[in-house]
Design a protein around this ligand. Structure first.
Ligand code: FES
Length: 95
C-alpha cells in the first residue's frame, strides 16, 4: 500500500523490501522504519503491557518509546532505524 506517500516533488531513494510478520512491505531507502510502516498503513506497532491498548509511533524522534518493535530479533525504536532490504520486523509480541 502506498496511499499515504507523497507522489511528486522530490527524489525517492532506491526501493527496498522488508518483512513484517512474514509479509513483504516495500519502502524507499532514506525512510525510517516507523515512517515506512505508517506509509504502508501499519500503525499499531505494539500493545501496552499495562492495559493491552494498541500503541503506535508518536514523536518520531526517539523520545516516547511508543514505536518499539523487534528488528531482526532485537527490540529497537522504529523511528531510529533506516529501512534496508531484508529487515525482519516482528510486531506480534514486540513489547
Ligand atoms: S515514535 Fe517516539 S521514540 Fe519512536
Amino acid at each position: 500500500m502506498t496511499a499515504l506517500r507523497i507522489a511528486d516533488g522530490f527524489q525517492r531513494g532506491a526501493a527496498v523490501t522488508f518483512e513484517v510478520d512474514g509479509s513483504p512491505v516495500r519502502a524507499h531507502r532514506g525512510e525510517t522504519l516507523a515512517a515506512a510502516l505508517m506509509a504502508a498503513g501499519i500503525v499499531r506497532l505494539r500493545h501496552s503491557p499495562r492495559d493491552g491498548v494498541a500503541r503506535g509511533a508518536y514523536c518520531f524522534m526517539g523520545v516516547c518509546q511508543e514505536c518499539v518493535v523487534r528488528v531482526d530479533g532485537v527490540l529497537r525504536q522504529s523511528c531510529q532505524v533506516g529501512v534496508e532490504d531484508g529487515l525482519r520486523i516482528e510486531l506480534r509480541g514486540s513489547v
